[in-house]
Design a protein around this ligand. Sequence first.
Ligand SMILES: *Cc1c(COP(=O)(O)O)cnc(C)c1O
Length: 378
Amino acid sequence: MHSKIWLSSPHMGGNERKFVNEAFDTNWVAPLGPHVNGLEKDIARFLLAENENNIHVAALSSGTAAIHLGLILLDVKPGDEVICQSMTFSASANPIAYQGATPVFIDSESDTWNMSPEFLEKAIKDRVAKGKKPKAIIPVHLYGMPAKMNEIMAIANQYEIPVLEDAAEALGSHINGKKCGTYGVISVLSFNGNKIITTSGGGAMVAHQPELAEKARFLSTQARDAAPHYQHSHIGYNYRMSNICAGIGRGQMEVLQERVSQRRANFEWYNKALADIDAIQFLKDPEGYYSNHWLTTALIKHPAITREMLRLALDKVNIESRPLWKPMHCQPVFKDAPFYGDGTAENLFKDGLCLPSGSNLTDEERDRILKEIKTVFS
Ligand SMILES: *Cc1c(COP(=O)(O)O)cnc(C)c1O
């Protein structure tokens, strides 16, 4: 049996060990320390555009923790409603439930597969008419493809609802130069093991207002008031990033741009190599959009071959692929949540497959993938 080809696996740059050793040598083995501060600065520097000077980052234990703290900072309370993209990973929506609030799910549109601005506005109007204005909007940039942020931000601004941007999959993506991770009042990044760069596990909250990042750091370290004893006036959390993980992150930030190029090269390769199979349709960057192509995704539109048949054929020869995210409004745990849409996300889930997309894919692995896909469609 051939060795396993993963959907997306960690890809170290080389200097991660140097940073981690430094943490050991100086005994900064704790959920704080110089690498945590350094990683926050590295991320801020990366996200900063020429016309921006106000990006503030709090390094946290996960992207999920960052979304949870973001909702707390946006004052989401029990009984509130929060609008969320339906097609996404459950971690975009679970923190809404942690707060005792109700998610209101929005369908995808077909240009980016992300939140439909049209259904977003319909939902806001309807929720307001029913007497409840949503407290926040969570768009997601799936597989690195930016959501229609110009349209979504215009609607959010018109109705004065803050945007919590889930950019967990989209570090390095942008629309006309404006980077994902800088659109929301609060934005969220993830450094889980399968993301474009990783700290093994970790995440970050990004904000334009320094007070928001400061409050996230405070809440993530058990909300200790300034006092010699342990004094608390808020409920705290243990959500800070460890200095060891941050060391890995500092090494990974050095190679982020290279990882984006490698993921985009995978996407280009799949497009070229499979150009003669009409049944495999790739999602291309719309004009002005720049996806990091964290994962290469395709729709399988064939009368006889389903995406599941392709997935199983690949699995049989030890190649990992995965269906697109199953929409949240179709998940048993969220079956009672309101939903606004027309079936777009469900159709994407039915036909969509994520192909192996690691930045460390070898030519030999590419050959194996291509051979198997061609066999299925021959
Ligand atoms: C990975 C991911 C998260 C959660 O991040 P973790 O660091 O794994 O907690 C949230 N949203 C999306 C869309 C993700 O892909």
